[in-house]
Design a protein around this ligand. Sequence first.
Ligand SMILES: NC(=O)C1=CN([C@@H]2O[C@H](COP(=O)(O)OP(=O)(O)OC[C@H]3O[C@@H](n4cnc5c(N)ncnc54)[C@H](OP(=O)(O)O)[C@@H]3O)[C@@H](O)[C@H]2O)C=CC1
Ligand SMILES: C[C@H]1O[C@H](OP(=O)(O)OP(=O)(O)OC[C@H]2O[C@@H](n3cnc4c(=O)[nH]c(N)nc43)[C@H](O)[C@@H]2O)[C@@H](O)[C@@H](O)C1=O
Length: 333
Amino acid sequence: MTSPAPARDRPASPMDRTAPTYIAGHRGLVGSAVWRHFAASGFTTLIGRTSAELDLRDRAATFAFFEEVRPRYVVLAAARVGGILANATEPVEFLSDNLRIQVNVLDAALATGVERLLFLGSSCIYPKHAPQPIPEEALLTGPLEPTNEAYAIAKIAGVLQVQAARREYGVRWISAMPTNLYGPGDNFDLRTAHVLPALIRRFHEAVQSGAEEVVLWGTGTPRREFLHVDDLARACELLLDCYDDPLPINVGVGEDISIAELAELIAEIVGYSGKIRFDPSKPDGTPRKLLDVRRITALGFRPRIGLAEGIRATYAWYREQLGNRTESPHQTA
Ligand SMILES: NC(=O)C1=CN([C@@H]2O[C@H](COP(=O)(O)OP(=O)(O)OC[C@H]3O[C@@H](n4cnc5c(N)ncnc54)[C@H](OP(=O)(O)O)[C@@H]3O)[C@@H](O)[C@H]2O)C=CC1
Ligand SMILES: C[C@H]1O[C@H](OP(=O)(O)OP(=O)(O)OC[C@H]2O[C@@H](n3cnc4c(=O)[nH]c(N)nc43)[C@H](O)[C@@H]2O)[C@@H](O)[C@@H](O)C1=O
């Protein structure tokens, strides 16, 4: 495989840690990790609003917020997000909500002179049968995976709007494409969860109830790459400090695992020793999505949290939530 074209980075210009920095979606999996990491890195003026306080689908409210707060930096981690089933069954909401959130935030950021902005896409924006590992250049080179086409189209529109704003207005905004994420703060609601938290919950409940069998979706053969959200948060800071290129940049670990292997690993960590059965009537989704991470690796990024370690920490967090039964952004109902 040939090396990717070198990123046209301008020299690193680190963010001013005292400047107002808006983390859109700061209670979600990604936003909460970015908030924790940025706070630990010395950001003194972090700004967040819940969706109840500021519905980013509301254009007038979004503009009023940007005019009042005038953030200098923005991490756009607010979105309607979900696993394969939610994506496949609610395409209207995934398309419409995400388009509106993005357009409103990006337009308001432009109108109020936001200097640096990071738009978060997802590895599902790449074609279903993209070459593996998937280079950034694969964007818009083939048909999408049908189960998440609506979400992917919305995300692609966001990437294009960031690129267009760079070209037309010279703003230093960027897009990152994270692989499948997990970690504390994840969504364990089985109707909307991604596979990793869903499996933690399924195996945990099977241990609790003494069930002899757990049924999982699909064939178990699809392969996925999993990045701990704390590693993503480090990548977000690095990118905002020193990546300045129209090409969206992949963020992953560079290794994948089959869903069947993931299930074995999670079952072992949770202590489930019963049978695991796959239900092939449920969708598999994309057969494989392993990101080519050479571009971000060249910037010095290395994930630090291994998969088994990350799953153990996430399981510990999940059990803590069950113990507390407090308001988590993602209810475990
Ligand atoms: N999770 C994953 O595996 C991956 C995620 N990503 C990307 O990362 C970003 C964040 O995802 P993630 O953290 O997992 O998602 P979550 O569902 O955990 O969090 C989404 C956040 O968005 C906020 N939000 C949703 N709708 C609105 C709205 N109408 N107005 C204001 N805020 C809203 C929510 O706010 P509140 O809690 O206040 O309701 C919530 O905090 C997304 O862009 C997603 O595409 C990319 C790749 C993989
Ligand atoms: C991040 C990414 O996330 C989504 O894409 P996905 O990777 O296909 O999603 P997923 O995590 O839900 O599933 C991964 C695999 O796992 C299998 N699977 C088994 N058992 C369960 C299960 O119990 N729950 C779930 N959710 N999946 C299960 C499932 O059948 C599939 O083969 C998109 O929303 C997309 O838009 C996106 O961006």
